[in-house]
Design a protein around this ligand. Sequence first.
Ligand SMILES: Cc1cc2nc3c(=O)[nH]c(=O)nc-3n(C[C@H](O)[C@H](O)[C@H](O)COP(=O)(O)O)c2cc1C
Length: 193
Amino acid sequence: MIPKILVLPGSNRSGSFNASLAAAASVELAQQGADVTRISLIDYPLPIVDEDLKTRSGIPDNAMKLGRLIAAHDGVFLSCPEYNSSIPPLLKNMIDWVSLIASDGDRPFKPWKGRYVALGSASNGKFSGIRGLYHVRSVLMNVGTQVISEQCSVGGAADAFDEDGRLKDERTRAMLSTACKSLLTHCSMMNSR
Ligand SMILES: Cc1cc2nc3c(=O)[nH]c(=O)nc-3n(C[C@H](O)[C@H](O)[C@H](O)COP(=O)(O)O)c2cc1C
């Protein structure tokens, strides 16, 4: 079965480096045989997580839509900016809202549970956003995903992509390819069980 992968940048900034990395990952995953859906969180605006709001109005529609999308895929590739060495609020808020979903209609529903996730980061700084990924990894594991070890961090991101959106540096390209391959291998193993 062809693995279905959702690709999602954790930034809505115009000209986002992580959106560029998500685009490069989408191409790589498709070349490796995945069925890829790439989305932007700009299309799924969410209020700040608020348990009183949840009690009053339930899970927001966009969180439910994201939950269903996540659950409809075998794996997720997340490219995450690093904010003050950690997870950016846009991404944390989305992860938190989706983690609060417990049911869809009558059936129990936990969208994150059992999903395989591969991580990427991009930053113009020399640390390439890698410090933030420790936090992203920890949060995602605590909501029930399986985060694979291989990841791809892109430093000097303002100059890292060519005009076709390809990563210029061979070593970084190999890192992305390895992370995508591992994600697809894990998803295929899960599908064959
Ligand atoms: C509040 C804030 C904190 C940041 N902290 C870091 C940081 O710790 N490390 C880093 O490499 N870049 C940091 N940056 C810079 C981001 O890496 C940069 O804005 C990057 O372009 C964000 O990713 P994007 O291009 O995908 O939007 C920070 C930016 C903001 C707004």
